[in-house]
Design a protein around this ligand. Structure first.
Ligand code: ADP
Ligand code: MG
Length: 588
């Protein structure tokens, strides 16, 4: 084929105009897009070669090279991936065959300002090269085609492009950007390398750059003939679980979180189905200093096919799990996805739900293994045979949940109000001290198992501190009757408990609220005595009501006190004393 001049499809011309005009504020993304294309091309070759190993020709080691020439003002990105035939170059670089771009074009309004905002939400791909270049030359040969069937594609990024046949002994693609004068900052080893580390560090192929050394005579850096990989190429999450050691998982966590301590637990999964992604999630051992900072973002890094997209992707985790660290690598999202688009995406919603389920499952697992396994005969009198290995594995996790809960328990409680769908699961994970247990270890299930005959509610009290809760006069009758009451002294307890009415069919009842009925726990005599007392003290109650009419809504005779003469309670459904104080403290 001799040199031909072709016109871009009308939509491409329009897209090009938009890309170059609207992405000026963030030109560096061209590196992310072009390196990711090079990496995609290598993935495609690897895939096709599964059926035809001869496609590797004599170069089985796939790699990407990034070079620049200061004098010629060019940046060249070369890969030895699948390459393009002449027809493919015309098709892929001259029309918008891609579905993402088509969607994008469909949404264009013609209003330049609106469209410029829109473009940030779509992958702009190859054409982003024109943000920094006034001319792009692509040379490519498809794997498996003869050397004589290479193609050179050239364009200034306006209406037209040229294609011609060239000889290309090496398969793959090189893309040369002729850098605009006002973008010359990219003609620098340091700059290009920093962009590779920023966006493409975890691409699993080596991304090579020429080494530089200082030339004293010329008094400038000169490039050596030696190439070195500048990316870590360590997408741990993309590897198979069985090839990763515990030490490697822990090391990766430290790099990810800047946390000195090893993580308490982690979970690594490839999720398939309508939304495909890989999740690697860690539970830290210690809460960060700013756990209670309202603006704190989630600890999840988002990648799309191993290309880094953003830190702290808060849309991928509910807020009460903001302390979870990890990586999500999506196979479906566009590279240019913005935070705004993340909030709306159905894929993202599916990922968030999957992440939440996974974290709760990890916690359930830790909670189950928290206590040392019974070694002696069980309740059934039969000693189970447990292998040494199983025993060691079970012992390894003893105490971890208690440690976790001391750090993150309060944050978990927010989930009661925040995550309706998982409320029951969250409630099972909560732990409290009680009037009979001093440590934060009593679950609602433990409590239920110990309930007295005739008791039909789980009783709890909220207060500013454990000591205040414990010594509250409202507990007197429970102490007398030997009924356990859960003690809640966390700032969030009051608010969190307002979102749960029951646990597995048993109502949750605050002992500081309303005129609740001890029901079957009260014997006949006590009931009669209470009724008689109410009658006897009626005139006195009237006087007290009158005297306190600006301060109290009602005055009642109570059976909840034993030693104290009086106590304050709030009406069922009203905001409690503690919550009132808390809201005041928060300035409401
Ligand atoms: P996307 O990567 O989302 O498909 P791009 O605009 O980045 O969109 O690239 C358009 C197409 O051009 C790619 O789908 C691919 O077919 C082709 N292409 C781009 N770069 C290369 C490359 N380095 N090697 C082979 N094909 C490429
Ligand atoms: Mg691309």
């Amino acid at each position: 084929m001799s040199k031909q001049t072709l016109s871009f499809q009308a939509e491409v011309a329009q897209l090009l105009h938009l890309v170059t005009h609207s992405l000026y504020s963030n030109p560096e993304i061209f590196m992310r897009e072009l390196v990711s294309n090079a990496s995609d091309a290598c993935d495609k070759l690897r895939f096709e070669a599964l059926n035809d190993a001869s496609l590797f020709e004599d170069a089985p080691n796939l790699e990407v090279r990034v070079a620049f020439d200061k004098a010629a003002k060019t940046i060249t990105i070369t890969d030895n991936g699948i390459g393009m035939s002449q027809a493919e170059a015309v098709e892929h670089l001259g029309t918008i065959a891609k579905s993402g771009t088509k969607d994008f074009m469909g949404k264009l309004s013609g209003d330049q300002k609106k469209d410029a905002q829109l473009i940030g939400q779509f992958g702009v791909g190859f054409y982003s090269g024109f943000i920094v270049a006034d001319k792009i030359t692509v040379e490519s040969r498809r794997a498996g085609l003869p050397a004589a069937e290479g193609v050179r594609w050239t364009s200034g990024g306006t209406g037209e492009f040229e294609v011609e046949t060239i000889d290309l002994p090496k398969r793959g693609t090189s893309i040369t950007l002729h850098v605009r004068d006002d973008q010359s900052e990219y003609l620098s080893h340091w700059k290009l390398k920093s962009l590779v580390t920023k966006y493409s560090d975890h691409i699993s192929l080596p991304i090579l750059m020429q080494k530089e050394e200082w030339d004293a005579e010329k008094s400038e850096h000169v490039q050596k003939d030696e190439w070195e990989a500048v990316n870590a190429a360590n997408a741990l999450w993309a590897r198979s679980k069985k090839d990763i050691s515990d030490e490697q998982y822990a090391e990766f966590y430290k790099n990810l979180s800047y946390d000195q301590d090893a993580p308490l637990a982690w979970s690594h999964n490839r999720v398939e189905g309508s939304t495909e992604y890989t999740q690697l999630l860690y539970i830290p051992a210690k809460a960060p200093m700013d756990l209670w900072n309202r603006d704190r973002k989630a600890g999840i890094k988002l990648y799309v096919r191993r290309v880094f997209i953003m830190d702290e992707a808060e849309a991928l985790m509910p807020s009460y799990l903001r302390w979870v660290k990890g990586v999500v690598d999506s196979a479906d999202l566009p590279l240019n996805v913005s935070r705004e688009l993340l909030q709306e995406s159905r894929d993202v919603k599916a990922i968030r739900e999957g992440n939440t389920r996974r974290v709760l499952a990890m916690l359930e697992d830790l909670a189950r293994k928290d206590k040392a396994p019974e070694t002696a005969a069980d309740a059934d009198g039969v000693t189970d045979v447990v292998s040494e290995e199983d025993k060691a594995a079970a012992e390894k996790d003893v105490g971890k949940y208690t440690a976790f809960y001391a750090e993150f328990g309060s944050a978990m409680k927010e989930g009661l109000g925040e995550d309706f769908a998982n409320r029951d699961k969250i409630a099972k994970l909560l732990r409290y001290a009680s009037t009979t247990v001093d440590t934060l270890t009593v679950s609602f299930a433990d409590y239920k198992a110990r309930m007295k005959e005739g008791q039909d509610a789980i009783y709890y009290i909220t207060a500013d501190s454990l000591a205040a809760a414990k010594n509250s006069p409202q507990l007197e009758v429970f102490k007398k009757k030997g009924i356990e009451v859960l003690l809640m002294a966390d700032r969030v307890d009051e608010w969190a408990m307002s979102h749960v009415q029951e646990f597995e069919g048993t109502p949750l009842q605050s002992v500081a609220k309303g005129s609740f009925d001890l029901g079957k726990l009260q014997d006949e005599d006590e009931k009669k005595a209470a009724e008689a007392a109410a009658e006897t003290f009626k005139p006195m109650l009237e006087k007290l009501k009158e005297a306190l009419k600006d301060k109290a809504k009602d005055v009642r005779v109570t059976t909840r006190l034993v030693d104290s003469p009086a106590c304050l309670v709030v009406e069922d459904g009203d905001i409690s004393n503690q919550l009132t104080r808390m809201l005041k403290a928060a300035g409401q």
